[in-house]
Design a protein around this ligand. Sequence first.
Ligand code: PLP
Length: 299
Amino acid sequence: MALSESISDTVGGTPLIRVKSPGDVDVLAKVEWFNPGGSVKDRPALRMILKGERTGELTEDRVLLDSTSGNTGISYAMLCASRGYRVKIVLPANASWERKKMLRALGAEIVESDPHEGSDGAIRLAHELKEEDPERYFMPDQYNNPENWRAHYETTGPEIWEQTSGEVTHFVSGIGTGGTITGVGKRLKELEPDVRVVGVEPDDPLHGIEGLKHIETSIKPSVLDESIVDEVIHVSTEDAYDEGRRLTREQGLLVGQSSGAAMAACRELAGRIETGTIVTVFPDGGEKYISTQYLDDED
Ligand SMILES: Cc1ncc(COP(=O)(O)O)c(C=O)c1O
């Protein structure tokens, strides 16, 4: 492996792993916790930072400010620590303990938003902070920054195409900002218009699947291009957690909650198509949820 000049150079290029599943349908997962910050979010975070540097909006005098359910914040904090920028992250007060600890360890300042308002509360508070002192901050705004979906269009999508030798027939992805599904979906459809793009959302506005959004009742991110999405599968928190535990215990894939949701959707889809190659994304690993009930159902 070639020498990397900084941690930024190690983002992307994650493995695609075959997931054991019943029937004749192949289910393959991009295991995104192989990214240096431990999640899929390293890809868009890097691209948004590079754009900020190019346009001169991100300088050493400014603080990078954004709202995030946690993973994007960790990516920003890691990349900015290596590039010499300060970071302020707004996240709901009930985000997992591990995420907050990691952010602080990487030198980020944390502002907690009302836990009852979920990720939308964090979005609103981040915008308020920016409006109070616009010159002080560079706000990538992952929900509305096209560099988010472009990161997946330029990297995740082509990686999937190459790793499946163009055999992918279905792409299944959880929807948070919509960056993954929009970028990968666009790229795969350009390469093969018959690829079916399936979104995964929680089945209830009040859910426990960190990273995913119940779009119908949320602020719709402009990054999400719904015309790319052929179908949405709704998954309950219980099914997502069950699948996450199963992947962990039966396949040694210590996944986060949204990977469990993606797997639940893949299982449903695999049950109704006869043949095909389903590719999904497992956005992060389970380490950040160890302090919660998610992987530990016996306490
Ligand atoms: C754990 C997790 N899963 C899924 C997603 C959704 O990905 P996207 O924002 O690309 O829609 C995120 C995004 O924050 C996430 O943190």
